[in-house]
Design a protein around this ligand. Structure first.
Ligand SMILES: [Zn+2]
Length: 112
């Protein structure tokens, strides 16, 4: 989303809802463009989530009802819903589990 579009959307009410018909038309056009951009980004987000869900290394995916879930993720990372879990939470849980596994491996190697 462009900087100008965001700046217009963040305008204080008294500036955004101007009485000048030309300004109103311009601002309404930006609102419509912003809505289209949000739709485009939402679709792109869904495609990226689906790609990550299908390619994250597990075989426990379940998605025949339109969901994107993984039973192995529930056991290993503590979440199962790739469709609704916020992306930063997914990354944090996977990273935390990977660090714990690495620390376990290091600890195990030291005992040898
Ligand atoms: Zn998984």
């Amino acid at each position: 989303m462009g900087e100008i579009m965001i700046a217009v959307l963040k305008m204080p009410d008294e500036l955004f809802w101007c009485d000048n018909p030309i300004t109103r038309m311009q601002h309404n056009n930006i609102r419509k463009e912003a809505a289209e951009e949000i739709i485009r980004l939402s679709n792109e987000n869904a495609q990226l989530r689906k790609w990550m869900w299908l390619n994250h290394g597990h075989t426990g995916q379940y998605g025949d009802d339109g969901e994107m879930q993984c039973y192995e993720c529930e056991r290993q990372y503590g979440f199962y819903d790739w469709k609704r879990t916020p992306i930063d939470e997914i990354f944090n849980r996977i990273q935390t589990a990977n660090i714990a596994a690495l620390q376990h491996d290091i600890k195990f190697d030291r005992k040898k």
